[in-house]
Ligand binder design. Structure first.
Ligand code: FEO
Length: 622
């Protein structure tokens, strides 16, 4: 299927910049449209070309729209956001993202999800090209986070007759988003909507993937399952489908780690609910649609979630959807917890079931929560259930989201400490828009909590290795190195000894990095790092410095003399040599990531000497 590139890109750029107040065209009255002349340019130069099923419209801002038939009577409108411009942790791989919307046309017409508000003009224009909005029958809302739902109010202005189809929880959120009457139909697992023409849509509730309102929609006529965030990834590419799984696998994994791993039990429940369906396509809300690797991706979700759910310690993270940055901060903490091997369950204070709250709090070893909105009576009731169910010896972490100033976290801390709980990390107070450095601090806080909860199990496991095997493993020898990495404002370091040359041409090295290391987040494919080689004669002070336990977000380089490598990571001035590397790939083991990087440059210091060597007596620790 050819891709038609729009002509007149500059004119499309102008469209974005033109004030909307004279717009007589289809967006008239919505305050979002281009001027008449510009819109004429847009339609003439672009849509006149549109005779194929796929069209790509280009703007200088690297936002494009792709329209593609994916099944009988079914079209996707994919908003391609090539340039990452947000700092949420699941965007860490920096491959852009897409927001996928779908039109199903039986005897009646349904639209599944919309797009991000930054695509307002492009998306609505493409949508109108596909359907007459005055004849749209249903707007199916899989999930109400703004990247999929921001344009719902505008679509309903253009299609006031459309019935919104959503879960009960989604309707609560929609009521705060759509400040006008609208028709709606609440659905739950097993409910069916027949569009005619063979398109019988069955709904499946999939709460917590990754908000409490999420639901899937399965079209029995095409065997397409619309999954919104689930099975997605932040990967922007003109390929609509997953024909190159190797290219997308790291993003698929990373997205799972950030958004789905903290809800592993919910993932397993959702997988069970979709088992009866024959799946031709997983129509995801982000990234390529999945068609060629469905058994593999569902198997991976199942394996990862089984492992996560069976962890020996669990933490419940309470957050509030769409309230300040509560959900994003909670997500970063949860990511740190899962890195540390702890099972996480995330519950929304505004919607959580009180019995579920009680059961969960009684079962877990740790709790993370933020002060709930004072105006939400349900949140206050959930807080009451938490207080009634907590037990002393449980660890707690508190974060304060930008937006809930009325309910200071210190009161919450005092109440929980009075009940016998122990604070696991300093309270995280967010008073401005989160930065990557703040998310990193949140992640490290989560990992610290996980390490405390897993300490006993970690010691037990290390003692479980047979003594002879343990000694034999201890004969393996490594050098001593400091790995340093930097991304944006974040920089960190790690003492390493599991380092080896791994290729001649190009020169490459492998490093085993424990999954709960902070630096792991900065060592994904495409990231750069520096391997600093320590000298036998001078290594002790540097080793002692980087071995100490740092607080979340603490500067690892205070008091250490460094200079900056080409890609920005610190080079230690007192190292014997350094190698500047770029990560090419990672292999997962049970408790480490084996990172392979190519060496792009390097140098040795003026002082001659030997590499410091790390001898061990046993192999059950470093
Ligand atoms: Fe992609 Fe949770 O929105």
């Amino acid at each position: 299927m050819p891709i038609l590139q729009a002509e007149g890109c500059a004119r499309l750029g102008e469209v974005q910049a033109i004030p909307a107040d004279h717009d007589p065209c289809l967006l008239q009255g919505l305050g979002i449209g281009p001027s008449k002349q510009s819109f004429a340019d847009y339609t003439d130069s672009t849509y006149a070309l549109r005779e194929e099923a796929m069209v790509t419209l280009v703007t200088p801002a690297r936002k494009t729209i792709q329209v593609q038939t994916i099944a009988r009577d079914t079209v996707t409108i994919r908003s391609l956001d090539w340039d990452r411009d947000r700092f949420d942790i699941e965007f860490g791989l920096q491959n852009g993202t897409t927001y996928n919307s779908f039109i199903i046309q039986g005897e009646k017409t349904a639209l599944v999800d919309t797009s991000h508000e930054k695509f307002t003009e492009l998306y609505l224009t493409a949508l109108r090209e596909q359907i007459d909005l005055s004849k749209l029958d249903y707007l199916i809302v899989s999930h109400t986070e703004p990247d999929h739902s921001a344009l719902i109010p505008l679509v309903l202005k253009l299609a006031p007759q459309a019935v919104v189809v959503c879960s009960n929880v989604a309707a609560q959120f929609l009521d705060n988003m759509i400040h006008a009457p609208y028709a709606r139909r609440l659905v739950k697992t097993g409910d069916v909507l027949d569009l005619g023409g063979g398109h019988r849509l069955e709904f499946v509730q999939a709460p917590n993937l990754h908000w409490p309102d999420t639901m899937f929609t399965y079209d029995h006529g095409t065997q397409v399952l619309y999954t919104c965030d689930a099975f997605g990834m932040h990967f922007c590419d003109e390929r609509t489908f997953d024909e190159d799984f190797e290219a997308i696998a790291p993003d698929f994994r990373f997205y799972y780690e950030c958004l789905m791993a903290p809800n592993a039990r919910s993932v397993l429940t959702a997988l069970k609910r979709i088992t009866p369906f024959t799946l031709e396509t997983l129509a995801t809300g982000h990234g390529p649609l999945l068609r060629f690797n469905i058994p593999e991706v569902t198997r991976r979700y199942d394996t990862w979630s089984q492992k996560q759910a069976q962890a020996e310690a669990a933490v419940v993270v309470f957050y509030v959807s769409d309230y300040g940055y509560s959900d994003r901060i909670a997500q970063a903490i949860a990511h740190g917890l899962t890195k540390g091997g702890v099972a996480v369950e995330m519950l929304d204070l505004r919607t959580a079931d009180l019995l579920e709250v009680q059961e969960t709090v009684q079962r877990v070893q740790g709790l993370v929560l933020c002060p709930p909105p004072t105006e939400s009576t349900h949140s206050q009731a959930v807080l009451g259930s938490i207080f009634a169910a907590v037990q002393d010896k449980q660890r707690i972490g508190i974060f304060e989201s930008y937006g809930n100033q009325e309910s200071p976290s210190q009161i919450l801390v005092n109440q929980l400490v009075d009940l016998g709980l122990t604070l696991a990390f300093p309270t995280l107070k967010v008073t401005q828009d989160p930065t990557p450095a703040l998310y990193q601090t949140c992640e490290e806080s989560g990992t610290d909590l996980a390490q405390v909860l897993m300490l006993k199990q970690t010691i037990q496991k290390s003692k479980a290795v047979a003594p002879d095997l343990d000694k034999a493993m201890g004969t393996l020898v490594g050098g001593l190195y400091i790995i340093t990495a930097r991304r944006g404002d974040i920089q960190t370091a790690m003492l390493a000894s599991w380092v080896n040359q791994a290729s001649f041409n190009p020169p490459g090295i492998s490093i085993a990095v424990a999954k709960d290391r902070a630096i792991e987040s900065l060592m994904h494919p495409g990231d750069s790092f520096v391997l600093n080689v320590l000298a036998e004669a001078t290594y002790p002070p540097l080793m002692r410095h980087f071995l100490k336990r740092f607080k979340p977000g603490e500067d690892r380089f205070a008091g250490v003399k460094t200079y900056t490598a080409t890609h920005g990571a610190p080079i230690l001035a007192d190292a014997l040599a350094y190698l500047e590397c770029r990560v090419v790939s990672r292999m997962e083991t049970n408790d480490h990531w084996l990172v392979y990087g190519v060496v792009e440059s390097g140098d040795v210091s003026d002082s001659e000497g030997l590499t410091a060597v790390h001898y061990r007596k046993v192999g059950n620790h470093y």
